[in-house]
Ligand binder design. Structure first.
Ligand code: COA
Ligand code: AMP
Length: 631
């Protein structure tokens, strides 16, 4: 039996022994009563009764243990022409003092704090400071519009919001204060205190009585000590798109999260304490939480926080520059970033300008790694290119080629094998397990390993209904796929209304809800259509109300504006067609899957339940009209 097989079998057959041992890598104030608490199935809890502090494990422990002068975080910002290094001692000092600021504002264990910040070191400090106090942070991605921020404020009900004066997005300067003010105006729950980090590039107008200046507060603050929390207490809430306009508040606990991320660093990413790891993502996404902030710091590594893009800041050599300048050993990003580089520099000529000799692995996730991009990246870098599959909900990879355990040959199109702890199965719609290479629904047998979501924020029923009720005894991932004879997993895509646009998870259901608020729209469908750069992009089809005589282009412009103002620019909603009717089944269900296949020029068969097959031809005509030519 190989090492992978041995570890994997043990993780499934003896999860308590397996994770109990892994938990020794974390410093606890009090050891757990039970490694796996299954007294309230199907809700499982890890390390119940244990006490720890995540910030202590990410910072203090390393300072006390001899890493005080090691670089903890490198802020690399081509958009502001800044490179700044923080040692573990410096990061701890600033974090502890910022925790003092929050404490002074009344933040205590269990309180929620919303963080709406660009990619600056203060975002990391804000997250870690919340963890230090046992407060629950909820980071909202900066590309979301005020409406989305307001929804999250209303659900998390924070007393304090931490933000900054603005972001530099490529060549654009984005002011945050008007968005923050608008969000607070839209929200029913009114946070009373905001802490704003003023960036030199953009000055924020502070609201007297509500807003506090970060630097001013920090200069007066006393460092706050770590507050012990239960392993099962929440560390953060991260909202993610579901099938409707109400995002799901994924909860992450303290204990299981620390154990799982620490374990993953060595076993999946093959990264040891002291090495440099770079996740080119954003703190607003789960990848940013797990592998810009917590994973590398819990592991005593050096993390890179990059405020830039793969291209245009200043060129398609940006990633290679960062890797060589900072001695990055592992890069983790989304395939879309590589497609962007490939488009700009197809021959990969920029690579030769930099010394990448210390670079060992490229990990990709967030969307399916298409074989073309895999081959391009592999041929260019001549290093292992590892596809791994995960979700906001799981917080760390479900399937991967675990470089720190056993290196398996790569099969392009597959994210290799289940990571220890994840008992992955392919089921048919009735819950029957399918055999090798049979396409089905991907589920994970309960219990999920540590670090995965224990529930949704104050929504146990929704958690059960969304993930556990489709297949009793399993967590349903909402992805479709298959497993081959060698145990390699192939993830083929979502089977619900969630799409992935440039590695960003979005809900077409939510877009439909917004499009249907347009005064002239009678009904609509939004589908995700394949895109060479972004993986998928949303395309809308609208049926106008009787009597609404409107030009298609005019309606499209209005809908684009509407989605931009309600969800944000990252929705990338740029195309819509006006049609006379939508294809439906006789019972009235819109045939979105068939429409998607038509748009992607895939083989399709009109379902026998279709109301009027002629409508599919009208959809083809509409797609051609807006630039999607089908075969
Ligand atoms: N704040 C404000 N606006 C933002 C934003 C942020 N943090 N991030 C993106 N946007 C805006 C962009 O400026 C763009 O606006 P525009 O329509 O006015 O041009 C829009 O949202 C769409 O952004 P994006 O999808 O990122 O497209 P892009 O063309 O700017 O860049 C890539 C394309 C591939 C270079 C870019 O998506 C990328 O770097 N992706 C990396 C993937 C990644 O980080 N994934 C996270 C999960 S691992
Ligand atoms: P998110 O919650 O934003 O991480 O998005 C999770 C979804 O992205 C998954 O359910 C998949 O549909 C998709 N996804 C993420 N990583 C991969 C991957 N490596 N291969 C295929 N799909 C992926």
């Amino acid at each position: 039996m190989g090492r992978y097989e041995e570890l994997y079998q043990r993780s499934i057959n003896d999860p308590e022994g397996f994770w109990g041992e892994a938990a020794e890598a974390i410093t606890w104030y009090k050891k757990w009563d039970r490694v796996l608490d299954d007294s309230n199935k199907p809700f499982y809890r890890w390390f119940s009764g244990g006490e720890l502090n995540t910030c202590y494990n990410a910072l203090d422990r390393h300072v006390e243990g001899g890493r005080a002068e090691q670089t903890a975080l490198i802020y690399d910002s081509p958009v502001t022409k800044t490179v700044k290094r923080y040692t573990y001692r410096e990061l701890l000092d600033q974090t502890a003092r910022f925790a003092g600021v929050l404490k002074g504002l009344g933040v205590k264990k269990g309180d929620r704090v919303v963080i709406y910040m660009p990619m600056i070191p203060q975002a990391a400090m804000a997250m870690l400071a919340c963890a230090r106090l046992g407060a629950v942070h909820s980071v909202v991605f900066g590309g979301f519009a005020p409406h989305e921020l307001a929804i999250r404020i209303d659900d998390a009900k924070p007393d304090v919001i931490i933000s900054a004066s603005g972001a530099i997005e490529g060549s654009k300067l984005i002011e945050y204060m008007p968005m923050l003010n608008k969000a607070i105006e839209l929200a029913k729950h009114k946070p009373t205190k905001c802490v704003i980090f003023q960036r030199p590039q953009v000055k924020a107008e502070l609201v007297p009585g509500r807003d506090h200046d970060w630097e001013e507060m920090l200069s007066k603050a006393e460092p706050a000590a770590c507050v012990p929390v239960l392993a099962t207490d929440p560390l953060y809430i991260l909202y993610t798109s579901g099938t409707t306009g109400v995002p799901k508040g994924v909860v992450r606990d303290n204990g299981g999260h620390a154990v799982a991320l620490r374990w993953s660093f060595e076993h999946i990413y093959d990264t040891k304490p002291g090495e440099v790891y770079w996740s080119a993502s954003d703190v607003g996404w789960v990848v940013g939480h797990s592998y810009i902030i917590y994973g590398p710091l819990l592991s005593g590594c050096t993390t890179v926080l990059y405020e830039g893009k793969p291209i245009g800041t200043p060129d398609a050599g940006a990633f290679w520059r960062v890797i060589s300048e900072h001695g990055v050993k592992v890069l983790f990003t989304a395939p879309t970033a590589f497609r962007a580089i490939k488009k700009e520099d197809p021959k990969g000529e920029f690579v030769s300008k930099y010394d990448l000799s210390g670079f060992r692995y490229l990990f990709l996730a967030g969307e399916r790694l298409d074989p073309d991009t895999y081959h391009w990246a592999h041929d260019l870098l001549k290093k292992p290119v590892i596809d791994h599959w995960w979700q906001t909900e799981t917080g760390w990879p479900i399937t991967a080629n675990c470089m720190g355990i056993e290196k398996f040959p790569i099969k392009p199109g597959s994210s290799t094998k289940p990571v220890p702890g994840f008992n992955v199965k392919i089921l048919d719609p009735g819950g029957k397990e399918l055999g090798p290479k049979q396409e089905g629904l991907v589920a994970v047998k309960l219990p999920l390993p540590p670090g995965t979501l224990p529930t949704l924020w104050q929504a146990d029923d929704r958690f059960r209904q969304s993930y556990l009720s489709t297949f009793p005894g399993y967590y349903f991932t909402s992805d479709g796929g298959n497993i081959d004879e060698d145990g390699y997993v192939y993830i083929m895509g979502r089977v619900d209304d969630v799409i992935n646009v440039a590695g960003h998870r979005l809900s077409t259901g939510e877009m439909e809800e917004i499009v249907s608020t347009h005064k002239d729209v009678a009904e609509c469908a939004v589908i995700g259509v394949g895109d060479g750069l972004k993986g998928q992009v949303p395309v809308g089809f609208v049926v106008l109300k009787a009597g609404a005589q409107r030009a298609e282009d005019e309606i499209k412009q209005e809908l684009v504006k509407l989605i931009r103002s309600e969800i944000g620019p990252i929705a990338c909603f740029k195309e819509a067609a006006v049609v006379a009717r939508l294809p439906k089944t006789r019972s009235g269900k819109i045939l979105r899957g068939t429409m998607r296949k038509i748009a992607d020029s895939e083989e399709y068969k009109a379902p026998s339940t279709i109301d009027d097959p002629a409508i599919l031809d009208e959809i083809k005509v509409a797609l051609r009209r807006i630039g999607y030519a089908q075969k």
